[in-house]
Design a protein around this ligand. Structure first.
Ligand SMILES: [Zn+2]
Length: 176
């Protein structure tokens, strides 16, 4: 068991298991697959009793699907795998704080626990821009923990954006 890597000292320390760490590392590997396709690197894996039910990476551009976030891909695969639209007693590990769409989908799927890596200050719907999971209008409660391998998940994303900016500068300078 280790303490979380959350940047905020005011947050209560959350303890994660070695399994948790392993699954988040796996989610980061999935994110890298998306990155190889030029997608923003976000990965998600759904686990129940130590078994993967579904996994996915962010791919809205390559799949021409605005809903193709890592979490949605993983939810669809998991539900199909167990032939049930409710994924009770399951945990989803995702490298980035989920958006409004994905938080809604996690509730619909009856996911028991959400573990995410880094926060998404611009559009995160769990702790950043909105705190949907603590709202009183959902009929299902998803427990969540934040900050697992946050530094590494954040680095994966910032690295991607830095490379993309450099690429754009290169393209611009070659146009002149
Ligand atoms: Zn999303």
């Amino acid at each position: 068991m280790i303490n979380n890597e959350s940047e905020s000292v005011s947050e209560p320390a959350v303890e994660f298991s070695t399994d948790d760490i392993q699954w988040m590392e796996y989610a980061m590997q999935l994110a890298a697959k998306g990155e190889a396709l030029g997608e923003v690197p976000v990965g998600a894996v759904i686990v129940k009793d130590g078994v993967i039910l579904g996994e996915g990476f962010n791919q809205p551009i390559s799949s021409c699907d605005p809903t193709a976030h890592a979490e949605i891909i993983a939810l669809r695969q998991a539900a199909n795998q167990i032939k049930n639209y409710r994924l009770i007693d399951s945990t989803i590990y995702v490298t980035l704080e989920p958006c409004t769409m994905c938080v809604g989908a996690l509730v619909h799927a009856r996911i028991a626990r959400l573990v995410f890596g880094t926060t998404e200050p611009k559009a995160g719907a769990v702790v950043s821009k909105a705190q949907l999971l603590t709202s009183d209008f959902f009929n299902h409660r998803v427990d969540y923990s934040r900050g697992l391998l946050a530094g590494q998940c954040q680095h994966q994303l910032s690295n991607f954006f830095a490379q993309r900016r450099a690429q754009k500068r290169k393209e611009k300078s070659s146009e002149n």
